[in-house]
Design a protein around this ligand. Structure first.
Ligand code: NDP
Length: 444
């Protein structure tokens, strides 16, 4: 397999899907050598079979707003690979959603899920519907309309969706409610459910907490204590909030947050009290992060991301490609020594190169944010058992999984000079397990 050739063929067959090409390129480049040690893979054309999703559903969603106007959006579900378990991955509601983004996310999800050690395949879905400025009733009608199509393609042993950007507890509740009605069953077909109807304790916290657990493992390899370290966090949704919560608990100092309109920089540090304000602002009032700056009198920069600010550690937790090459160079110049990604693919290839050239600790989302789907996997287990586990039990399992992913990254990613290339480690470890499972199941 020559990664360049495979990629140019994919670009020819699926043009205008830049995010998908970017995600595939990163994996192909890091697995090429290991892959080529297995001639049986090449013979079975395994690489194309793992780059192209098993199937994609796309459909029209029609819903009515509060004023009686009728709207249409596109809905999608990408079922990428179910070699090691049912398709599993979130639903994203954001105006930017298109097939390229969902194909990249489903592809990444397959290898991330493999890394967790839990039996989950990879998928992703969503819609170009923007929840911003919509009333509760509009969100509910949209979610119900979305589910009238999606429900046919999912199920507890087939495909288990969850949340992502724009899909939190409220949306999962509406989606699950409609699924349950149409499918006439109560099963663990969704994860991220409310605690009163089968949700797992620690699921809302899991991606952010898991990212910080992964960061701790990286810091341990350099004997660095997280206490007192200034952390640049982006985003202000689920992942960013619980990243901050864990950082504060461990004595680190989160100093920034952002949303799609700009970022705040609070040199005094975001405290527990300020974080509670952010949770309310975002979850209840659905406000803008600029309001934080007004309330606490700190700096707000519109239409920008926090990467030019000073800090020790960066935890990008908003969206894909939010750190470009220039941002990464600036971060390194400013003394950042660790980057742990809460978001999926937040760093462009140029940014990754800058981090790795500077030999700083750099963990890709595929490894560092796998805590979310891991606890989703644990939610599926609890639903199958019809039991719910204590928070401490789930949290301990989450810690163990993140430590295990870290160990695997070190095992497969340590280079001759001792530098741990976490991208390579995560890609090889995630890919090989899926590859072996696909091979064992024949040409299908
Ligand atoms: P939320 O919807 O809760 O929050 C997303 C945050 O990112 C918001 O602050 C949002 O700002 C901002 N954002 C979204 N899109 C953009 C954009 N195009 N430009 C700038 N800012 C943007 O989502 P999550 O916190 O759940 O997800 C954040 C990231 O983490 C995503 O990459 C997601 O795929 C990833 N992730 C999430 C997991 C989970 O369990 N939730 C699991 C693993 C990964 P605004 O409100 O203005 O839109």
């Amino acid at each position: 397999m020559k990664s360049e050739q495979v990629l140019s063929e994919l670009k020819r067959r699926f043009p205008n899907e830049s995010e998908y090409h970017q995600a595939v390129q990163e994996v192909l480049e890091s697995i090429e050598d290991v892959y080529n040690q297995h001639p049986e893979f090449e013979k079975a054309n395994l690489i194309e079979r793992l780059c192209i999703p098993d199937r994609i559903f796309s459909f029209r969603i029609t819903w009515v707003d509060d004023k009686g106007n009728t709207h249409t959006n596109m809905g999608y579900r990408v079922q990428h690979c179910n070699a090691i378990g049912p398709y599993k991955g979130g639903l994203r509601l954001h105006a930017s959603v298109n097939l390229s983004i969902l194909k990249f996310l489903a592809f990444e999800q397959t290898f991330k899920n493999s890394l967790t050690t839990l039996p989950m395949g990879g998928g992703k879905g969503g819609s170009d519907f923007s929840p911003k400025g919509k009333s509760n009733a509009e969100i509910m009608r949209f979610c119900q309309a979305f589910m009238t199509e999606l429900w046919r393609h999912i199920g507890p042993d087939t495909d288990v969706p969850a949340g992502d950007i724009g899909v939190g507890g409220r949306e999962v509740g509406y989606l699950f409610g409609m699924y349950k009605k149409l499918a006439r069953e109560f099963t663990g077909t969704f994860t991220g459910k409310g605690l009163t109807f089968g949700g797992s304790l620690i699921r809302p916290e899991a991606t952010g907490y898991g990212n910080v657990y992964f960061l701790l493992e990286m810091l341990k390899t350099k004997n660095i204590d997280i206490k007192g370290k200034k952390c640049l966090v982006s985003g202000s949704g689920n992942v960013a909030q619980y990243t901050c919560e864990k950082l504060i608990e461990l004595g680190a100092i989160p100093v920034s947050l952002s949303d799609s309109n700009g970022y705040i920089y609070d040199p005094e540090g975001i405290t527990t009290e300020k974080l509670e304000y952010v949770k309310e602002l975002k979850e209840l009032y659905r406000g803008r992060i600029s309001e934080y700056a007004e309330t606490y009198g700190c700096k707000y920069v519109p239409n920008a991301r926090p990467w030019s600010e000073k800090g020790d550690i960066a935890l990008p937790s908003a969206t894909q490609n939010e750190i470009n090459g220039e941002d990464a160079k600036k971060l390194v110049e400013n003394g950042i020594f660790a980057v742990s990604e809460g978001a999926n693919m937040p760093s462009t290839p140029e940014a990754i190169e800058a981090f790795q050239q500077a030999k700083i600790l750099y963990a890709p989302g595929k490894a560092a944010n796998a805590g979310g789907v891991s606890v989703s996997g644990l939610e599926m287990t609890q639903n199958s058992e019809r039991l719910s586990w204590a928070a401490e039990e789930v949290d301990n399992k989450l810690k163990w999984i993140m430590q295990n992913i870290h160990e695997n990254c070190v095992k497969y990613g340590t280079e001759a000079d001792g530098y741990v290339n976490y991208v390579k480690g995560a890609n090889i470890a995630g890919f090989m397990k899926v590859a072996k499972a696909v091979m064992a199941q024949g040409i299908i």
